[in-house]
Design a binder for this molecule. Sequence first.
Ligand code: TYD
Length: 215
Amino acid sequence: MSNSNLPETRGLFIAMEGGDGAGKSTQAQRLAAALQEAGRTVLRTREPGGTPVGEQLRALVLEHGNGEIDARTEALIFAASRAAHVQQVIEPALAAGTVVVCDRYVDSSIAYQGAGRQLGTEPVRILNTWATGGLEPDLTVLLDVDPARGRDRRTAGQAVEDRLESEPDAFHLQIRLAFLEAAQAAPGRYLVLDAGRPVDELAETILRRVEKLLP
Ligand code: TYD
């Protein structure tokens, strides 16, 4: 049965991934602006966060001073924030035909909690498949950054690093490798870019690729 009030095309789900200091937020913003200029309805959102409960979970897990948070608890907090985000924000937007540009998604948990915190990529993947009901991005843009360079970039503008950012470079190297591994496992659904390339060039390359996927 068809309902004429429902849009015929589902939107598009783009995830932006990469290590801290890769410039994801800048590229998410550029992409969203370019698509909006082209007349698309766009939702730019981020994880952890994106809902009232998600923003509270974000503060809990990223701010210093909340006491010890063990690795499993950390993974569950990110997954809980993601579950709310998918249910309340991402799925409804996609159903309405919106292009969703999300700063971080499941791959961040696989990389940070699975590899960085050494919970194992597979258990973290399973947890997140359950949390998201299996929703996967149509395209993941991976901004690949060398950890030392990422640290320089993120501390240039701000003095204080959050709980995850302040982990040593070795932790961030494991994360980098896990992101690259995820991309290698499904090359058709990733766009892997060297985060050190000029901002305009990156924005242009991302836009070209996304345009090809638009309904
Ligand atoms: P982010 O929002 O990119 O940081 P910023 O506020 O600097 O823009 O991400 C916050 C941190 O949370 C980042 O260090 C990565 C971490 N993170 C995880 O460890 N697991 C996750 O599932 C997500 C979404 C983020």
